[in-house]
Design a protein around this ligand. Structure first.
Ligand code: SAM
Length: 205
């Protein structure tokens, strides 16, 4: 099967270290499965944070999704937590391009994915629980490339990260489990969360 295109449209005013670790992880994993990853709508003046420098699998694009795929709109699927229909393996035939909001997760979610929904793309949901962006891309790849139904993927909701012997942080998201039954976090993310934990998790989201 031909590789797919995965797009994160940058929508936040900044691109912080949290997003950078997620996007690096998405770029590496996506390339490893023969597909491509584009970070789109990146302002010319934006300096990429350190984790994204020299990531050969990352394609940075200053144009936005509407301009790039103006003639292929019907082949673009927006992954949308408010969509009526769940993503299914047959969507691997219906779509070539999978679009995600480049937005940090928030609790409760503020539905900023609506900025992309307004543009009129067909939407699919990845279940009822908010995922981090790298988890949403990972889950989409598993469904449309590995052709595994959403309900057959192993997840954990709201896992905790132990910061020290006294404190744990609950992550308000759904994560895919690895083969050892542990939630998959981007490389460096657990250390970043621990490092920043004194500011409180709300400042990280
Ligand atoms: N709270 C956010 C909002 O305001 O919409 C959700 C941000 S989420 C961290 C980033 C992106 O991952 C979303 O824009 C969406 O593309 C995708 N995503 C996350 N959870 C999803 C779900 N359950 N179903 C579909 N897409 C999801």
């Amino acid at each position: 099967m031909a590789g797919k295109t995965f797009i994160v449209e940058h929508l936040d005013p900044e691109l912080g270290e949290w997003s950078a670790l997620e996007y690096k992880c998405i770029a590496r994993e996506t390339a490893a499965t023969g597909s491509s990853f584009y970070l789109t709508s990146v302002p010319h003046e934006l300096q990429l944070p350190e984790p994204l420098k020299n990531v050969s699998e990352l394609n940075v694009e200053h144009r936005g999704i509407e301009e790039i795929y103006a003639d292929k709109k019907d082949r673009v699927c927006l992954l949308d937590p408010s969509a009526k229909e769940e993503l299914s393996p047959k969507d691997g035939d219906n779509f070539d391009i999978f679009l995600f909001g480049g937005i940090l997760g928030d609790d409760p979610p503020r539905d900023r994915t609506s900025e992309l929904r307004k543009k009129g793309y067909q939407g699919r949901r990845l279940g009822p629980v908010q995922m981090t962006t790298d988890t949403a891309v990972r889950t989409t790849r598993i469904v449309v490339q590995d052709r595994i139904e959403l309900e057959n993927i192993k997840y954990v909701d709201h896992p905790t990260i132990k910061v020290d012997e006294h404190e744990s942080i609950e992550m308000p998201f759904r994560y895919v489990l690895d083969k050892d039954g542990k939630p998959i976090f981007p490389e460096g993310m657990v250390d970043l969360i621990k490092k920043d934990s004194e500011h409180g998790i709300d400042d990280l989201l």
